[in-house]
Design a protein around this ligand. Structure first.
Ligand code: AMP
Ligand code: MG
Length: 423
C-alpha cells in the first residue's frame, strides 16, 4: 500500500496524446519552407578527377570539350557506299581494298560505284554517306550484292548528333551519377568542379548509452543512433564526423559541441532535445540564445532543437531512433543538401494504393515505416517509435497529410522509398 497523502493525482485526459491547448505546433511544410529560405551553401570548391567524382555535387556547369561523336561513324558492321550509286532491285558493288575499323580509319576516298568494308564505330570514309548491314549482303570478298533501295544515311551516326562541343552537359548543383561520368568522359572532360564535402558531426547524448559490441550494464542500451546517422550521412554523399557519446552533463556536452563545431559544417545530436531535466541539448542551445525549440506537428519526433553553436548549425534530433531517422530524412537531409551545394532537394514520392487501413487524426503529419509489395504500401505492424526493427524492415516511409484521414486498403497514399532520400 502506498502512503496516504493529500496529493491528488491529475485526472487522465481523454486523449493523452492530444496537442497542448494554446500552443502552436509548426506544420512540417512551414518548417521546411523556413529552412529552405535560410540555408545557403557553406562549403568551398575543388576540382577532382572523374574517378573521385561519383556522388559529388557540381560547383559549376560543365561544358563538352568536344562533340560526341567527334566524327561521323558507323553504327553497324557492314559496307559503306554512296547513296547516289544505289538503285532499286538487285545490284552489286566492287569492294575497294582496305577497310575502316574503329581506331583505324580508311585513308582513301571511295571511288564512284564502289563499296568499302566498315566496322562498328569506325569513322565514315570520305564520300561514303550510307552503310549497309553485313547481314543484308552476299560477298565473295571482291564484291557485295544486295537489294535496293537503301535509305540515305542508313546505319551512320552524325558528328555531334548526341552532344556538340561547347554544350552544357551537366548543371551546377547536380549530384554526379555513374552515367554522368560516362557523359563527361565521352565529351573529353577529365575532371569536374565540385563542392567540398559538407562535414557533418554526429554526437549521441545520454548516460544510458553504451558502445555497441562492448560489455554493457543491464540498465544501459547500446548507442543505435550514431552508427545509423553516420552511415546515412555517408550515403547522402557527405562526410560523417564521429564525435562519440556525450554524457548527460552540461559542461561535458559543451566540450563535445565546441569540438564538433571546430571539425564540421553542421552538427547532428540525438537525445536530450525536449524540455526535461536531463535534456541538456535544448538547455545548452537555449543558453547561447540562438536556440529554437521546434515543436513540430510531426509523428514520430516532435521536439527538434535547432540552434547555432559557434556559427555551426545544430540539429538536435530526438533520441528515439525511429524519430531520429525520420527527422533526419525529412529535415536534416534537405538542410545538408542546401548547405552542401545541391540546392533544396525534394524526395520523389510514389502514389500507391495502401495495403493497410488506419484512421488518422488531424493535427500533424505522420510518417509510417513502409515498404512496397505487389505495388501496394505495407506498413510495419507497430507504430511504436521504439521499434528499431521496423526501421530495418521498412524500405521507405508512407507520408500521411496533416489533416484527418480514413485509409482503407486501396486508398492512395504517398510512399517515399528510402532511395528517394539517397539511401
Ligand atoms: P531522449 O530524447 O534523450 O529523451 O531519448 C529518448 C529515448 O531515446 C530514450 O528512450 C533514450 O534512451 C533513447 N535514445 C537516446 N539516444 C539513443 C541512442 N543513441 N541510441 C538508442 N536509443 C537512444
Ligand atoms: Mg536522453
Amino acid at each position: 500500500m502506498s502512503k496516504q497523502s493529500n496529493l491528488v493525482p491529475p485526472p487522465l485526459k481523454n486523449d493523452c496524446f492530444s496537442l497542448p491547448e494554446g500552443t502552436r505546433w509548426t506544420p512540417v511544410a512551414e518548417a521546411l519552407a523556413l529552412l529552405k529560405s535560410r540555408l545557403r551553401p557553406s562549403v568551398g570548391c575543388e576540382t577532382v578527377p572523374l574517378v573521385d567524382a561519383l556522388g559529388r555535387i557540381l560547383a559549376a556547369d560543365v561544358y563538352a570539350e568536344r562533340s560526341n561523336p567527334p566524327l561521323p561513324n558507323s553504327a553497324v558492321d557492314g559496307y559503306g557506299l554512296r547513296h547516289a550509286d544505289v538503285v532499286d532491285g538487285p545490284q552489286s558493288f566492287p569492294l575497294v581494298e582496305g577497310r575502316s575499323a574503329a581506331g583505324a580509319p580508311f585513308a582513301g576516298t571511295l571511288p564512284e560505284g564502289g563499296a568499302v568494308r566498315i566496322l562498328t564505330g569506325a569513322t565514315i570514309p570520305a564520300a561514303v554517306d550510307t552503310v549497309i548491314l553485313q547481314e543484308d549482303v552476299t560477298t565473295d570478298g571482291n564484291a557485295i550484292a544486295f537489294h535496293g533501295p537503301l535509305k540515305k544515311g542508313a546505319n551512320t551516326r552524325q558528328a555531334g548528333e548526341d552532344v556538340l562541343s561547347g554544350d552544357v552537359i551537366l548543371n551546377q548543383a547536380r549530384r554526379v551519377t555513374p552515367a554522368d561520368l560516362g557523359l563527361a568522359a565521352a565529351t573529353g572532360v577529365g575532371e569536374l568542379p565540385v563542392f567540398k564535402r559538407l562535414r557533418v558531426a554526429v554526437v549521441s547524448t545520454g548516460d544510458e548509452l553504451a558502445e555497441p559490441g562492448t560489455a554493457a550494464r543491464v540498465d544501459q542500451i547500446f548507442d543505435a543512433n550514431r552508427p545509423m546517422l553516420l552511415a546515412m550521412i555517408m550515403q547522402f554523399g557527405f562526410e560523417p564526423v564521429d564525435m562519440g557519446r556525450a554524457p548527460d552533463d552540461r559542461e561535458a556536452l559543451k566540450g563535445f559541441l565546441d569540438e564538433a563545431a571546430n571539425r564540421s559544417d553542421m552538427i547532428l545530436t540525438s537525445g536530450g532535445a525536449s524540455a526535461g531535466d536531463e535534456d541538456h541539448m535544448s538547455a545548452l542551445l537555449n543558453e547561447t540564445g540562438s536556440m529554437t525549440l521546434w515543436r513540430l506537428a510531426i509523428k514520430p519526433g516532435r521536439p527538434l532543437a535547432l540552434g547555432m553553436w559557434e556559427n555551426t548549425p545544430v540539429f538536435g534530433l530526438p533520441g528515439n531512433p525511429v524519430a531520429a531517422k525520420v527527422c533526419t530524412l525529412i529535415f536534416a537531409k534537405p538542410a545538408m543538401d542546401a548547405m552542401g551545394g545541391a540546392g533544396w532537394c525534394e524526395p520523389v514520392a510514389l502514389r500507391v494504393p495502401a495495403a493497410f487501413s488506419k484512421s488518422k487524426k488531424a493535427g500533424r503529419r505522420e510518417y509510417l515505416r513502409a515498404r512496397l509489395r505487389d505495388g501496394r504500401a505495407e506498413v510495419f505492424q507497430s507504430e511504436g517509435s521504439g521499434r528499431i526493427s521496423g526501421l530495418s524492415w521498412a524500405e521507405g516511409l508512407v507520408e500521411l497529410p496533416d489533416e484527418a484521414l480514413d485509409i482503407h486498403e486501396g486508398t492512395d497514399v504517398m510512399f517515399y522509398p528510402y532511395s528517394s532520400f539517397g539511401l
